[in-house]
Design a protein around this ligand. Structure first.
Ligand SMILES: *Cc1c(COP(=O)(O)O)cnc(C)c1O
Length: 458
């Protein structure tokens, strides 16, 4: 290792991207449209206006515009924690004895601790610009709620978070971070919405799920004047905002005079992976360069690797539009794994379509293998990774080991989406050797697929 090689690559002023990139513009076959559940017709701006802010509806439905300028107020906010560093993992390479070069784009360098702030600030900005009073949302593990509460505090917006009840009880510190930024946090299912009351009545004592909290947050938005709903992943608009990760990575690689061969990210709803790969996928779609892309998901919630590509509900209450995506079924409740951010039943329609076209690979990994990688990474590179991010670390290490076995000096890039300080009970379970590896049986998935909605092919 030579000391004149930059360990961290930051961009200088003129190299920082000032536009988001919309990969849909370069896709010949576009992702399938969202459908109105009652009519099964494609959603129009009018259908989505009661739920989302107007500018975000435009971004959601726009499959043609390649670049969206980032408003100055959002750029100013980004400057507080961006550009995020692209880091060469020299110590990990050395420990593995691999000829591969390993880079990671680190998004954990802000108080919310993850990439979710990139989209939270954009969504809060557009809500404010429209003159709204506030936004509602759901949060599972708490990263999204934390990011959104920071963004809302910055723009002076009210923030109402429905937090999955088991997380609300198990992660009191996340809750207090949100309240410190001024958000109100309600355990879901609550008695403050009709859908929450119904779920509580039908399933007494339930500890909630993400799909159920989404239904509550949407209901709270459409029934309170001056409020809209915001979502931290899955949607096209969120992938658009997260493209800042990939654009910075692309600029940093250009600066280094290098190119990644393999790009890896963990996939829950698909926003960090979709954002990281977007500009590189654009090059691939336009035939300019070739890359391998790998989505890594938990074996406990394997939507890409074992799901169906079909129209499905996005929420348990079935009030949101239908999306065509790789899904395990809206009623599928994944086991209580420690990667809360990867427990959504479906996958971004953009990534689903790219995967279906064979432009991206996917693999699933088991929880204990993920934590072994997390621990190895913490000990070699120093950063204590989030359990979600550690799925990408697992795959990056496995690829680097393959390079060692084959004597190939590939360049690997992975997304390190966040830090794991709020996940120490998970690390404790791993350290105490009591962590399990739940993998759903085929019958369990089949039972869930049987409940997928019937949508005639268009
Ligand atoms: C939410 C979250 C994820 C997964 O969400 P995606 O939308 O799939 O990116 C990954 N890592 C961290 C740290 C998260 O908070």
């Amino acid at each position: 290792m030579s000391s004149n090689i930059p360990y961290k690559t930051y961009l200088s002023e003129g190299e920082v991207p000032c536009e988001w990139y919309n990969v849909r513009a370069d896709m010949k076959k576009k992702p399938a449209p969202l459908l109105v559940p009652s009519t099964l017709k494609p959603c129009t701006p009018k259908d989505l206006a009661p739920v989302f802010c107007d500018d975000l509806v435009r971004q959601e439905l726009d499959d043609e515009t390649a670049f969206f300028p980032i408003p100055a107020e959002i750029c100013d906010f980004y400057r507080m924690f961006r550009p995020s560093p692209l880091i060469r993992a020299y110590f990990l390479e050395k420990a593995l004895g691999t000829p591969a070069k390993i880079y990671y784009k680190f998004e954990g360098n802000n108080t919310s601790g993850s990439h979710k702030l990139n989209s939270a600030v954009a969504q809060a900005y557009y809500a404010k610009a429209q003159g709204l009073k506030g936004v509602t949302t759901e949060t599972g593990a708490g990263q999204w709620g934390t990011a959104l509460s920071m963004a809302c505090a910055f723009f002076g917006l009210d923030c109402r978070v429905f937090m999955v009840k088991c997380s609300y009880e198990q992660k009191p510190f996340r809750r207090e971070v949100m309240r410190t930024y001024g958000a109100s946090v309600t355990p879901s299912p609550s008695m403050t919405t009709q859908i929450g009351e119904k779920i509580n009545r039908e399933h007494p004592g339930t500890t909630g799920s993400l799909g159920c909290a989404i239904s509550e947050a949407v209901e709270a938005a459409v029934s309170n004047p001056g409020y809209r709903y915001v979502l931290g992943s899955v949607l096209n608009q969120v992938l658009l905002h997260q493209s800042i990760i990939g654009l910075e990575a692309q600029a940093a690689f250009r600066k280094l005079g290098e190119k990644p061969d393999v790009i890896i990210g963990c996939a829950g709803g698909g926003s960090n992976l979709g954002g990281l790969i977007a500009p590189f996928m654009g090059e691939k779609l336009r035939g300019e360069s070739d890359y391998r892309f790998i989505a890594v998901e938990p074996a406990s919630c394997p939507s890409l690797t074992r799901g169906r590509y079909a129209y499905d509900y996005c929420d348990t209450g079935r009030i949101c539009p239908l999306a065509k995506m790789y899904t395990l079924g809206a009623d599928f409740i994944p086991s209580a794994s420690h990667a809360g951010g990867l427990r959504y039943h479906g996958m971004s329609p953009v990534l689903s379509e790219l995967y279906d076209q064979g432009l991206m690979e996917a693999r699933s990994v088991r929880q204990t293998d993920v934590f072994a990688a997390a621990q190895y990474f913490a000990r070699t590179e120093g950063i204590l990774p989030a359990p979600e991010s550690s799925h990408a670390i697992r795959a990056a290490i496995d690829e680097a080991i393959k390079c060692r076995e084959n004597g190939e000096a590939k360049t690997i890039l992975f997304g390190l989406t966040g830090t794991g300080y709020f996940d120490m009970t998970a690390y404790q379970a791993f350290n105490d050797h009591v962590m399990g590896d739940y993998v759903p049986a085929d019958e369990e998935l089949e039972a869930s697929f049987a409940k997928l909605p019937e949508v005639p092919a268009t």
